[in-house]
Design a binder for this molecule. Sequence first.
Ligand SMILES: [Zn+2]
Length: 214
Amino acid sequence: MRMHPTALAVLLAVPSGAASPPAATTVELVWFDPRDTLSDRFGDLREEVDSIFRGIGVEVKWTRGGPGTVYGLGGRPEVAVILLAEDRSKGPESIMGLVLKSPKPTRVAWVFVSNVRAALGHDSLRTRPSLVEAPDLARAVARVAAHEVVHAIAPDEPHARDGLMSQALSRHFLLGARAPIDPRCASVFLGRLAELSPTRDASLALRTVPFRGP
Ligand SMILES: [Zn+2]
């Protein structure tokens, strides 16, 4: 395609996979915890989620969601993570997190905090974690949420044999030193993020028409 030099210069200024140095891969999380189930341990949780995704070269952009938060409009790789204090689904207690498959582009990951507490062996009669339990709960919820975020972005990818994307996560794993994502799941996740990234939509960017002068 022949192109006027001015148009070419403008195109090069548009962020595009071909014309710009690759930006850091990012995933945006909109985090809802209406019942403050982590007892102000959000900072710990965030650090853990950041560290899991940094391990595969992904930066997390965070938004704390509230009643008026709107999400899912940007066309970016974005996942709403919703923490439910109790699991009222009457499903098996072993389910700690869930992503519902839906044809809609909205990605929502649910975390059932009461079931995570049960998996950790925490006192279920207490409505909130104790001071000793709270840091462990933050770490475990971070890992369950990260697992569901990978599902939300790559819903067709099956579970892995080990690591964070295993079908079941034990107390030992939820509290262990590291929670790596296995290379196959990581690679599919990265591929899907790249497909969903707005930098791939440069063809939709509004371009200028060169001004040819009088
Ligand atoms: Zn899963």
